[in-house]
Design a protein around this ligand. Structure first.
Ligand code: RRO
Length: 308
């Protein structure tokens, strides 16, 4: 069989393959470049940036859990302006032609301001992923992505501020996920990224206190893969034409295929990179082999294949 066609379409964008990094797991620039060819990925998604520099939460920030990990990084980042000046040019200089900038804010206005600060980025920034679902802001009590109306307001503001496709990264910690997805699509999001981490906590039994410096955190990795599959499946059923990027516990090509069969048009690899920074490239190579072995000529033909 000739090489399978791995290209996928996310709204107005075509990617050469469906494998991206997941925001927050691949740094802000070329940190992973010593380990894999980051330019060959479908796209490179950087850690969420706010309009201002942000220090993040006290240590410890990450902790291994059974079949996964929990984090409370707390949105550490240099701020959009500094990233555009100091880090984005390094990524572009490394020939990364498909960068996705992720943004966050504490208010609608902060999201808007972060988007405005990205208005003049070079063409290599192909999309803006709006992180509406960080579990480590305000102790995880007020996630934007748990409120359909508020999420739509944020997306509307961002869409009006940047001349780029806008993706909305949503939360698995709500039974309203499909409603929120519909609301952000209605406000102009070209795609939804499903899903961010699950709210969790680890207690240090000797200290009798929460172990992470931030208190609670976000659970990720294989432990939550079925949660992501379910979220993508339900959202695909509710919104047959909405582009979906699936993320959650992908460690192998088979995990990625599972999310695509559930309805994802593309995928992001995250937590697996902490154990092996080559993981996104390994998943991509594995997908090529999987398609060849299963005589799949176009990977996009898998999308939604698990729906009857
Ligand atoms: O930085 C974090 O603590 C963080 C973010 Br922004 C996010 O979106 N998801 C997550 O698990 N951690």
């Amino acid at each position: 069989m000739t090489d399978p066609d791995l290209s996928v379409r996310i709204g107005s964008i075509e990617l050469p393959n469906p494998v991206m990094t997941a925001s927050g797991t691949a740094g802000h620039s070329t940190e992973l470049a010593p380990y894999l060819n980051i330019a060959a990925l479908g796209a490179f998604v950087v850690k969420s940036l706010s309009v201002m520099p942000w220090d993040g939460n006290p240590a410890p920030r990450v902790h291994e859990t059974p079949a996964g990990m929990i984090n409370s990084v707390g949105l550490q980042g240099p701020g959009v302006e500094s990233w555009c000046r100091d880090e984005l040019p390094v990524l572009v200089g490394a020939n990364v032609q498909r960068v996705v900038a992720s943004i966050w804010g504490r208010t609608v206005e902060e999201y808007r301001a972060a988007a405005v600060a990205l208005a003049d980025v070079p063409a290599e920034v192909i999309a803006i992923e709006v992180n509406l679902s960080c579990p480590n802001l305000d102790g995880g009590r007020h996630l934007f992505a748990h409120d359909a109306e508020l999420s739509a307001t944020v997306i509307g503001q961002v869409v009006d501020s940047v001349q780029r496709p806008v993706w909305a990264k949503l939360s698995p910690n709500t039974d309203r996920l499909a409603d929120v997805a519909g609301a952000v699509a209605g406000a102009g999001a070209e795609a939804v990224t499903l899903v961010n981490t699950l709210l969790g906590m680890v207690i240090d039994t000797e200290e009798r206190r929460p172990l992470l410096g931030g208190g609670g955190g976000g659970l990720s990795g294989p432990a939550m893969h079925p949660v992501a599959v379910r979220a993508v499946y339900d959202c695909r059923a509710a919104h047959p034409d909405l582009p979906i990027i699936g993320v959650g516990g992908i460690g192998t090509a088979r995990d990625a295929v599972e999310l695509m069969l559930a309805g994802a048009n593309a995928v992001q690899v995250g937590t697996a990179s902490f154990a092996d920074p080559r993981a996104p490239a390994t998943v991509l190579e594995g997908l090529r082999d999987w398609c060849a072995q299963h005589e799949v000529r176009r990977i996009s033909s898998l999308v939604g294949g698990a729906h009857g």
